[in-house]
Design a protein around this ligand. Sequence first.
Ligand code: ADP
Ligand code: MG
Length: 395
Amino acid sequence: MRILLFSGKGGVGKTSLAAATGLQLSRLGYRTLVMSVDPAHSLADAFDLETGLFHAKTGDPYAIDERLAIHEVNIQKEIKRHWKEISAYVVSVLRTTGISDVEAEELAILPGMEELSAMMYVNQFRRERRYDAIVLDCAPTAESMRFVSMPTTLEWYMKHIFPFQRGIVKAVRPIANRMSPVELPPDNYFANIQELFAKLDGIGELLEDPKITSVRLVTNPERMVLRETQRAFVYFSLHGLTVDGVIVNRVLPEAVKDDWFAEWRASQGKILEEIEAYFAPVAVRQVPLFTHEVLGRERLEDLAATLYGEKTDPAAVSRTEAPYSFGKRDGHYEVRLRLPFAAKGEVGLFKKGDELVVEIGTLRRHIGLPTSMASLMPSRARLENRVLTVEMKES
Ligand SMILES: Nc1ncnc2c1ncn2[C@@H]1O[C@H](COP(=O)(O)OP(=O)(O)O)[C@@H](O)[C@H]1O
Ligand SMILES: [Mg+2]
């Protein structure tokens, strides 16, 4: 099974591109599911479905045709299905603060529930071998970062905090419930957490396997959007996911000659060059700004044809290694960079803002650094088996 994750800033075109990708995959014979993880769903709208009708049915994949289904994760349904005890406990705690029932229930939708629910489905569908490809239409970048970092965080929680908390609650409940205004979580709350965790088992490995999961970053040829895309690239790499494609959407076509757009054309051209250089060797594709909104199946099919043509298979695995990774060894932070075969010559290292710039002969790579490493300076580099390891130190 393949999982394709479409991520990017709000409004760049993730939903349209995820839907178009779903159409292309199903046309090529894959049993495909496009799943929306963005709480502000617009997947059904992209297909121009009657939303009322759609929502009545949702909570489960909805068949567009024989091989293509779409699914908008519906948090209300998910809470009833998976989070009952947890959310009942949260509501009971919130009530003690004097908040109304309706408000408490609203607040009991905790951050991350949507993402976790989506991951449970991905895991379930994989076990059932129900789809050959799952396209995830993610929430804007920050939330999708939470999505991919969650498996690691959860595992840590389950190993270190959960047993401890559960033990403490057991020990203190007899007295605490008499004294404290807030109920301690009941046993079924813990049972619920444990059950959810079991449903998520293995998802971390799934996301980190580049033969299964690939990230496609969607961006526009605009400075602000590009910045966020670069940060996303860094953080996906940090969490061990492989970005194997960048799609620049809404590029002004050549045909636009109007003076009004002259400056736009010039700045877009410049940014497109920068995008190619920054993300290399990851493939960059462009999609023009259409003369119309991309609404309904026919227009989505046009978009798919523009992006992929007749034969391009969006599920093809084009990269099996992350271009770089971050790590820590003997207390030092390291950046590991995989070099193409052609790379030869003196290694030059310097910092430019938050980026580490590595030069080898004619090859130049800009590597955005995560916050924890942003203030560090490169100190040494060593080359082993085509991997350049750069040690980072306090300046
Ligand atoms: N290449 C394009 N040309 C014209 N309109 C587009 C293009 N790509 C997306 N749109 C339109 O832009 C709007 C936002 O796109 P959407 O896919 O919902 O973005 P996101 O999911 O990233 O928020 C939609 O109305 C969509 O039809
Ligand atoms: Mg969207």
